[in-house]
Design a binder for this molecule. Structure first.
Ligand code: 7TS
Length: 419
């Protein structure tokens, strides 16, 4: 068995990271250590992020972009500084960072504004068979509104995208929407191959980065993505805050999404002109505290190092493949690419004929949190012929001890369900 240094006992950096997350020190109601293997659903929060929320409400709670008094000016400055941090995090310009509620809202914003203005009956929208419902249903609705046609880049039986027919799929295509990382199988999409070919065919590319930005170093300029959508809560930030990155020229040409206060330039009774991007897309009072805390989350990630996080998750995934393979003779099936370099900290599996929900319940009695179900990818589950899968997902605060706890939980399930 490969032993790396991915345990808090042996790696002082990992021990310090784990100590930064108060929830990980809190035992479950059964007195077990919390083994959190569901970061693809949402991540845990370090003390610094929680403290940023408290600081805003205790020290400078005020609305932004209007007050001229001290705490209002501080709130505005911290809110816009957080926008700058998010821009640096993905190598964008701060005018290209729009605050939204989550990745889902970011994708809907593009579908309603860019999509409704630029798509016509007969145009094609190209997606992949791996997409989360949030990067599928908004495009279905857009296709129904405009008469555009949906096409899909196929995935093979291990969940790897097959690009053989890409040129034909791109013919007549105006928009490509593609997940950076599959939340069900962990597959990393070949963006470097898809984006230039999509542009050559005249399509705009929207990347669903909900599972990409938390785990991989993202450089939107190097990727040349036109839009990149992601959520704060999956990357150590609070819920209710996310980002839509869009290239400036595209944002300038797009109509607003919501209308109201704060997004206007000048208003008369019968007409209005709008602010420049990004403010044009931020109607009403923003989620100020959560945006500021999201900025602090990116400080935390930068401080740990995205390369360190990638390598840590790669090593944990390799170790998890090894531990899970011990159960293969008893009917455990691992889905998705069996290669830690091709995935990003997500493993989907089934254990013989045990329903994933029953498995998750047994693991819960041991303090181990995994997700079971269709993971908001119902068409992919149907295509693969799975009614549900169990899914373990890793982040920077997980250790080999967590993988061992998962294996011990599977051993218990094996006895309970006699497999
Ligand atoms: N896109 C992908 C690839 C996702 O994994 C998710 C959430 C979303 C979009 C939507 O993110 P939201 O923040 O707007 O809700 N994925 C999951 C998951 O895998 N388990 O729970 C939520």
């Amino acid at each position: 068995m490969t032993q790396t240094l991915r345990t808090p006992a042996l790696d002082p950096k990992l021990a310090r990271i784990i100590a930064d997350f108060p929830i990980l020190a809190r035992p479950t109601s059964r007195g077990k250590r919390l083994v959190y293997l569901d970061s693809a659903a949402t991540s845990q929060k370090p003390r610094a992020v929680i403290q940023a929320l408290v600081d805003y409400y205790e020290q400078y709670n005020a609305n932004i972009h209007r007050g001229v008094y001290e705490i209002a000016e501080r709130a505005t400055a911290e809110f816009e500084a957080a926008r700058g941090k998010l821009a640096r995090f993905i190598n964008a310009d701060m005018h290209e960072i729009i605050w939204v509620r989550n990745a889902t809202e970011a994708i809907n914003l593009v579908a309603y504004t860019w999509g409704s203005t630029n798509l016509r009956a007969g145009d094609a929208i190209l997606l992949t068979e791996l997409e989360h419902h949030s990067d599928l249903v908004p495009w279905q609705a857009l296709a129904q509104r405009t008469g555009a046609q949906l096409r899909f880049i196929p995935a093979d039986e291990r969940g790897v995208l097959v690009l053989d027919d890409l040129d034909a799929l791109l013919d007549g295509c105006k928009l490509v929407a593609i997940g950076h990382v599959s939340n069900t199988l962990g597959t990393i999409a070949p963006l470097d191959a898809v984006i230039p070919r999509a542009h050559a065919a005249g399509a705009v590319v929207v990347v669903d980065g909900a599972q990409g930005a938390p785990h991989l170093r993202v450089d939107v300029k190097a990727l040349d993505a036109d839009f990149y959508a992601f959520s704060g809560h999956k990357m150590l930030g609070p819920t209710g805050i996310g980002v839509l990155y869009g290239k400036r020229a595209l944002l300038q040409a797009m109509p607003p999404f919501d209308y109201g206060g704060d997004m206007i330039h000048r208003v008369e009774y019968r007409d209005a002109t709008f602010a420049e991007p990004p403010w044009k897309f931020e109607a009403g009072t923003s989620n100020i505290a959560d945006a500021i805390a999201f900025g602090v989350a990116t400080d935390y990630l930068e401080n740990v190092g995205m390369d360190w996080i990638r390598e840590h998750e790669r090593a944990l995934t390799a170790y998890a493949f090894e531990r899970l393979s011990e159960f293969e003779p008893r009917g455990l099936a691992i889905y998705g690419p069996r290669d830690p370099a091709a995935t990003s900290g997500v493993i989907s599996f089934n254990f013989a004929d045990v329903h994933p929900h029953d498995l998750a319940s047994i693991l819960d009695t041991e303090g181990v949190c995994i997700r079971a179900g269709h993971h908001c990818t119902m068409p992919l589950m149907n295509k693969m012929g799975w009614s549900a899968t169990a899914r373990a997902s890793f982040y920077l605060y997980n250790s080999e001890a967590d993988v061992d706890a998962l294996a011990a939980g599977l051993e218990k399930a094996s006895k309970v369900f006699k497999v």
